[in-house]
Design a protein around this ligand. Structure first.
Ligand code: GLU
Length: 432
């Protein structure tokens, strides 16, 4: 391959400047894998940046009669392995670099579990808990109209993420179908309600997958789940369902938390009670009586066997990593560990099941939902669960074997596998 000399600087130019944010953490892990695999500079350049960034400013009529303008994004990181795939986040902290990181993580996640998708992510900077259902519906429809040329069952397929759920997906499929002359196009989005073409098992899928990889890791490490303890940070869809499945497998969940802080109970938190409390108290654990109050920071450094960060990015940092006592971490959230904390965890001998593997259960079942929509044939819950369990177990085994063979961490092994698969496809697309 002949290349002009100045082209060889591309790779180093796209290396991150030292700054701790999610995108920098994503890039530093990608670059480490790219270097090991020996990617060409232009391949590094392509995958260091999103393929497309779409920004829209959405005017929405609020209930008080005022019009507010919301900033909204959809980032496609890569379509090398298939259409863009990834959730839509509604949160006040949403910003473009965060969405860029989340989109890239979707590329690596889909590749590591071998499903035929690229990576994408959407986000709207808003406070969904302070908005009425009507305002949220108008916002979601405005977003769908703005992104109507971006989305498509063979192009880019959104799904729920933080702050969104099946309800928002229903509005998207409705608005998108209206824009397409009324043709019902359920495969444009996944995580839909069952009545509108959703899949059985989708709501539980991420938490179930997190638990499956934890049990698989325990087996590999020669440990039985009974009698072990776990602390779970975050009590949204992923954290609460992981906590539920963990306690069903005989693991004592001694701490949980959400934005309002944490709760500790050495005898084990009653997870069904916590879920019921949250669901009857505006989605928050504030005031829950099932444990002593602790902070989110205390939760991360508790004396426990297993730690599941299932809240947001950048929670495990070089500051708190030295104090972590768990020996197994399963990343339910996307990007909960900063890249600078990785070597500290490795040195301490902590096994980290990385986000792009640990939380892939959701997008795996999203894939089955999309397949079911296109076939017009629907699986039973146990069919979905069996397929999803097998897929994530296989991915875990692939990553575990790679890590053992190359004497690297599970995260490095997962990135090596994912980047190799994406680059192989990228090369097949050819040059243009
Ligand atoms: N938002 C989820 C994730 O981060 C699910 C994405 C999907 O199903 O497309 O993996």
């Amino acid at each position: 391959m002949s290349r002009k000399k100045e082209d060889t600087t591309l790779a180093s130019e796209s290396k991150p400047v030292i700054q701790s944010d999610a995108y920098a953490s994503m890039l530093s892990r990608f670059h480490a894998a790219a270097e090991k695999i020996g990617l060409a500079p232009e391949e590094i350049e392509i995958l260091s940046r999103p393929a497309e960034i779409h920004i829209a400013y959405l005017p929405v009529a609020m209930d008080d009669g005022q019009v507010r303008v919301f900033e909204a994004y959809r980032v496609i990181h890569s379509r090398a392995l298939g259409p863009g795939k990834g959730g839509i986040r509604y949160a006040p902290e949403v910003n473009m670099r965060e969405v860029m990181a989340l989109a890239a993580w979707m590329t690596w996640k889909c590749a590591v579990v071998n499903i035929p998708y690229g990576g994408a992510k959407g986000g709207i900077t808003c406070e969904p808990k302070k908005m009425s259902v009507g305002e949220l519906e108008r916002l979601t429809r405005a977003y769908t109209r703005a992104m109507s040329e971006v989305f498509g069952p063979d192009k880019d397929i959104p799904a729920p993420d933080m702050g969104t759920s099946a309800r928002e997906m229903a509005w998207i499929v409705d608005e998108y179908s209206r824009l397409n002359k009324g043709n019902f196009i359920p495969a444009v989005v996944t995580g839909k309600p069952l009545e509108l073409g959703g899949s059985k098992g989708r709501v539980e899928a991420t938490g179930r997958g997190v638990t499956t990889v934890i049990l698989q890791a325990l087996q590999r490490l020669g440990r039985r789940p009974e009698g072990l303890t776990a602390a779970v940070q975050g009590f949204g869809n992923v954290g609460s369902i992981t906590a539920k499945y963990l306690s069903q497998s005989g693991i004592r969940v001694i701490a949980i938390s959400d934005k309002s802080g944490g709760f500790y109970n050495e005898n084990g938190i009653l997870i069904h009670q916590a879920i019921q409390y949250r669901d009857t108290h505006g989605g928050s654990l504030e005031g829950f009586k099932g444990g002593d109050r602790i902070t989110n920071e205390q939760l991360l450094t508790l004396e426990t066997d297993i730690l599941v960060p299932a809240a947001i990015e950048d929670q495990i940092t070089p500051q708190n990593a030295p104090h972590i006592k768990a020996w197994l971490i399963a990343e339910g959230a996307n990007g909960p560990t900063t890249a600078e904390a990785d070597p500290i965890l490795n040195e301490k001998g902590i096994t980290v099941i990385p986000d792009i593997l640990a939380n892939a259960g959701g997008v795996i079942v999203s894939y089955y939902e999309w397949v079911q929509n296109r076939r017009g044939h629907y699986y039973t819950e146990s069919e979905v669960q069996e397929r999803a369990d097998n897929t994530i177990k296989q991915a875990f085994d692939d990553v575990f074997a790679r890590a053992a063979a190359h004497r690297v961490s599970l995260r490095e092994a997962a990135y090596l596998l994912a980047v190799e698969r994406v680059v192989k496809a990228l090369r097949m697309h050819g040059k243009y």
